[in-house]
Write a protein that binds this ligand. Structure first.
Ligand code: ZN
Length: 312
């Protein structure tokens, strides 16, 4: 499991006087999903752990993903980022081909989306007040989006997730988590539907569409063209960030969060959690006091997470 120490090498650039966007350091967090990655055009590639998927197809998809993330990291560093945390979040992580990742002292990798920071288990370790911006490569549209490649939100049970009445997908959920520290979402890469979702919710965000989908298959740019387009987008996003044009997503607190689930069983199980209200057979609601608790009420995923269950 990845360990980060805020006052260790990640803290060094933040410096005593440095804010997140001080000239001394521009630290960015890349939370990398794979469904929206270039060259991933089939369900078998994206969800290669499913029954019947061929291992070689999965391997090739992970290689495409790793190469694309390398290009995005390079682009961010070239555009002036001083430090990157690059996190593999697809299916909880484990998709980067580690020996093929770009090695650069300014980049630290998280191979899973939950890890340890300052001795505590948390989601996206290292995403904290020293960070200047959040980038979401390889992202996808929320459940039920027409004309989207593999649209979903978190898992197949979740039909609609709302924050203070606004329906959001993973893009909105992750932006909200980052909003806890005032960190703006600055760039999204994905299919056209994911980019449209990001622009609708955050009009200032730079979104790079690399493909166009139907539910199970899509077509799009070649990996090389996608890397060029994405690099352009990241450069523009960093310029806008520096010009003060990016805004964090900080929904008003306490935040009312609801989830409509596919099955009554899943809703009944989630309703057992402390503080969760069942609005009807399928719908749950909670009021939370921090943007960092956007999904913690449901999944336990957030800050100060309970210790991982012992593996036998
Ligand atoms: Zn996802």
């Amino acid at each position: 499991m990845a360990e980060l120490n805020r006052r260790g090498f990640l803290g060094a650039l933040a410096g005593a006087a440095g804010g997140a966007q001080s000239p001394r350091g521009l630290k960015l967090f890349l939370n990398c999903d794979m469904d929206g990655s270039p060259g991933i055009f089939t369900r078998e590639q994206a969800w290669y752990w499913e029954n019947g998927a061929r291992p070689e197809v999965g391997r090739e998809a992970c290689e495409l993903f790793t190469a694309d993330i390398n290009a995005a990291s390079e682009a961010a560093l070239e555009a002036g980022a001083t430090e990157l945390i690059v996190c593999d979040t697809h299916h909880g992580g484990g998709n980067f081909i580690q020996e093929k990742l770009l090695r650069d002292p300014r980049i630290s990798y998280l191979y899973r989306s939950v890890g340890i920071e300052d001795g505590k288990r948390r989601w996206m370790p290292g995403l904290n007040e020293t960070m200047a911006g959040l980038l979401l490569p390889g992202h996808h549209a929320k459940t039920g989006t027409p004309g989207a490649f593999l649209p979903h939100t978190w898992n197949f049970e979740w039909l609609d997730f709302t924050i203070n009445g606004e329906s959001v997908g993973e893009i909105g959920i992750e932006a909200c988590f980052a909003g806890h520290w005032g960190i703006p979402l600055i760039h999204v890469q994905g299919d056209e539907a994911a980019c449209a979702e990001a622009r609708r919710q955050f009009p200032w965000v730079v979104a790079t569409a690399v493909k166009r989908g139907t539910t199970d298959a899509c077509t799009g740019l070649t990996p090389e063209a996608a890397k060029r387009e994405t690099a352009q987008g990241i450069k523009q996003a960093i310029e806008l960030l520096r010009a003060g044009k990016m805004r964090p997503y900080k929904p008003a607190l306490p935040m009312t969060v609801t989830l409509r689930m596919r099955t009554m069983d899943a809703a009944a199980r989630a309703a057992q959690r402390p503080g969760v209200l069942r609005l009807d057979d399928h719908t749950l609601e909670a009021r939370v006091g921090s943007q960092s608790e956007v999904v913690k009420w449901l999944l336990g995923t957030g800050l100060d997470m309970a210790p991982a269950p012992e593996r036998k």
